[in-house]
Design a protein around this ligand. Structure first.
Ligand SMILES: [Zn+2]
Length: 83
């Protein structure tokens, strides 16, 4: 089964029309909260590579040429949401 990504501008398309932009890092700490420099380094540079839902960025190079964020299940390649 091919991986289909739903672009908000172009509709459902094959993943071969997109470039993978990587996993999104975890959200930053709340404003004003104490910052642990080593934890921040890990949050920005290390990837979690979870088995399950993961937020990712994809670039639609063969269509509207826009970046989109999707929630992809890494176990099944099912894309659950886009924006
Ligand atoms: Zn598109």
């Amino acid at each position: 089964m091919a991986l289909l990504i739903t672009c908000p501008n172009c509709g459902s398309r094959a993943y071969t029309e997109f470039w993978f932009g990587g996993e999104l890092p975890a959200p930053p700490p709340a404003p004003g909260a104490p910052v642990d420099a080593s934890a921040e380094f890990g949050r920005v540079w290390y990837r979690r590579n979870v088995a399950g839902l993961q937020a990712e960025r994809w670039f639609h190079f063969a269509g509207c040429r826009r970046w989109l964020t999707v929630q992809r299940d890494t176990r099944t390649n099912a894309v659950h949401a886009g924006d």
